[in-house]
Design a binder for this molecule. Structure first.
Ligand SMILES: Nc1ncnc2c1ncn2[C@@H]1O[C@H](COP(=O)(O)OP(=O)(O)OP(=O)(O)O)[C@@H](O)[C@H]1O
Length: 265
């Protein structure tokens, strides 16, 4: 059994002025006979940038998918804004999903549509706004992520960093209080990645948006994370939690120490 020293319940260290918007209690997950993680507990506070970190294959993306109701845990439950996506259906499920924005690793933009049209898509699907209003909202979102001048471009005509920004703008189209980002820095050069980190921090501070970010990019973790949890494949669970800078400076166990050292080299 790999070490789990230094892990509390993932709940107690959340600042009292940030009420929980996500509560994970005793969640376990696996595929077939393979266990990915067991008995994971944590809270995400409103307005936090909460980072899920860990080595390749430990289950970070799977945990994100559990949180947004794409998978059901094998045990335990996740509540998000007081609802349980794995149990909600019909209107209740749609209402909950409207409160969440997701940006997948690739940005997942539709190649035949301009950035403006991409950002307008969720507004078409989920609101009755007339076209003019949808366009106005989409322009505001593109402006927020620094793409105000690129609204008419196609995804093939923009850089990787711009595609990520456009993905964030689309995820924000319906003003969700919680945004999930899966590996936002993947494939970006360090300067572009740092710019994206700045954007995430700005949006969290200025709009009060809660971010749940999956990443293993150390610079990003340290730049954006208010709090993090670390999953580990060997331990099949959560092996650390807290402020990432604190974990770097005072790692609670060898796996955490190695994670932070390996990536700083
Ligand atoms: N739908 C699925 N069915 C079966 N196995 C899966 C499924 N999704 C993920 N896995 C497996 O579960 C493990 C964890 O996958 P996951 O994508 O959650 O890891 P990760 O920590 O995000 O990894 P990475 O950092 O490499 O993206 C992997 O071995 C993956 O192959």
């Amino acid at each position: 059994m790999a070490e789990r020293a230094g892990v509390g319940d993932g709940i107690a260290d959340r600042p009292a002025d940030r009420p929980a918007v996500i509560e994970a209690r005793g969640i376990s997950m696996g595929f077939g006979s393979r266990v990915l993680f067991r008995d994971v507990n944590f809270d995400v506070g409103r307005g936090e940038v909460f980072v899920i970190l860990g080595g390749s294959g430990c289950g970070k993306s799977t945990l994100l998918k559990l949180m947004i109701g794409l998978y059901q845990p094998t045990a335990g439950r996740v509540t998000i804004l007081g609802g349980d996506l794995s149990r909600a259906d019909g209107e209740a499920r749609r209402n909950l999903l409207r409160q969440l924005g997701v940006m997948w690793q690739s940005g997942a933009l539709f190649g035949s549509m301009t950035l403006l049209e991409n950002v307008m898509l969720p507004l078409e699907a989920h609101t009755d706004l007339p076209r003019d209003a949808r366009e106005d909202v989409a322009r505001v979102k593109l402006g927020l992520v620094g793409l105000g001048d690129a609204a008419g471009r196609l995804p093939a005509e923009i850089s990787g960093g711009m595609a990520k920004r456009a993905g964030i703008a689309r995820a924000m189209a319906l003003d969700p209080p919680i945004l999930f980002l899966d590996e936002p820095s993947a494939g970006l050069d360090p300067v572009t990645s740092a710019g994206l980190d700045e954007l995430i921090k700005d949006l969290a501070r200025d709009l009060g948006t809660t971010f749940v970010v999956v990443t293993h990019e150390l610079q990003s973790i340290l730049a954006i994370g208010d709090r993090c949890i670390m999953l580990d494949k060997e331990a099949q669970g959560m092996i650390a939690e807290g402020d990432p800078r604190h974990l770097r400076d005072e790692p609670p166990n060898d796996t955490v120490r190695r994670f932070f050292r390996r990536e700083t080299r």
